[in-house]
Design a protein around this ligand. Sequence first.
Ligand code: SF4
Ligand code: SF4
Length: 418
Amino acid sequence: MKGEADKRFPVIVVGGGVAGLTAALDLARAGRPVHLIEKSAVLGGQVTRLDKLYPTDHCAFCPVWTQARLCLGHPLITVHTHSCIEDVTQGKEMGKKQEQGLIQIIICRDLNRIDPGRCILCGRCEKVCPENAVSPTICHALPRTFLVDINACTGCGKCVAVCPTHAIDLERKQDRIKILAENIIWATGFAESEVSVLPELGYGSHPNIMTSLAFEALLSESGPGRGHVLTPGGKVPRRIAFVQCAGARDQRKFAYCSAVCCMHALKQARWVKQRDPGMDCVIFFTDMRTEGRHYYNYYRQAVQEYSIVLVRSRPGLICPLPSGDGLAVRYENTRTGQVKTERFDLVVLNGALEPCQKADKGSAPLPLTDDDGFIGKPSNPALACGFCRAPADVEVSVVQASSAAMGAYMGKGINGKD
Ligand code: SF4
Ligand code: SF4
């Protein structure tokens, strides 16, 4: 059916991460027009911040980049970056008879001053800007373009004068478009929660206490160490602590489990050991949640083949040593009852993840969410996939995305049947 434009109204997919890209492509391949709405400048979402995916340890970027490229090139998919949903009006609230049963969506596009459809990436604008206000998106980002930092731009117009394709319009601001759609799929993903609100974790007191996504960037092949394990100060760490459930399964912050952190910590610790088997990796965990055969084997290998140490504990204090030479982690091993303080060079906090719609408080009209901000309430007919529905990793998000696409194709969801 590919390429046969469906005569029906489009489906809106909100979120250009791995779940949204999958849902959009599935629908388009089934002949359904799609509007894909992404709030940032590029597609790919949080997966673009990962270097590797568990349990294969394959490159995280390649599959998501391929999906993004296919979406951008598909004739039935219209991609709106820098955009968000401003209003959703459901069928029965709309006036005209022919529009009943449809959803009216207002999309607010916070337009980049540079039109990616015209920009040929020549880089002249960047060279002439006296304020360094123009920069390219990262080299594999899609859509690839240049961006103007409006806070740094003085409006001198030098970039406009040199642009050979008239891609730059400094007056371009926001616009709004109205779309009548048959259905809407929410795939808005997750945001990292703030860990500094838990003072016992010591976040912010030393650069070597970092979040797991910051550690991923540090470790990555394209990172500052080019794949070598280094501290932010460029030293080789000998002992690394991974602290699980930093804010998750904690009544003070998030009562739920984020579902991805145990496997994510095992992946990072294995990766450290692959590069330098002499480094000590200790994971402080609440429960090691590695469901299913492949994930469990991944965990077993981590312990048996990579000698990663697992300690059942939630550290009560993490702080820089007075000597300045490392970090102290004080904890109770809840299996043995022993209380200890150990020295580490790096501490990686696996903080709780929260659904984007909760983190972005009130930035978009949303379907019903539960008390934790997830859309996956059983009584809620809205179609949702990935982390915005319930805590889920990439594998689960992709399956849910295909399921949501099928639901939209069959007319289920916000305006249809359960
Ligand atoms: S208008 Fe001037 S300051 Fe602004 S981006 Fe262009 S060259 Fe830079
Ligand atoms: S000068 Fe124009 S075409 Fe060249 S990179 Fe800048 S915006 Fe793109």
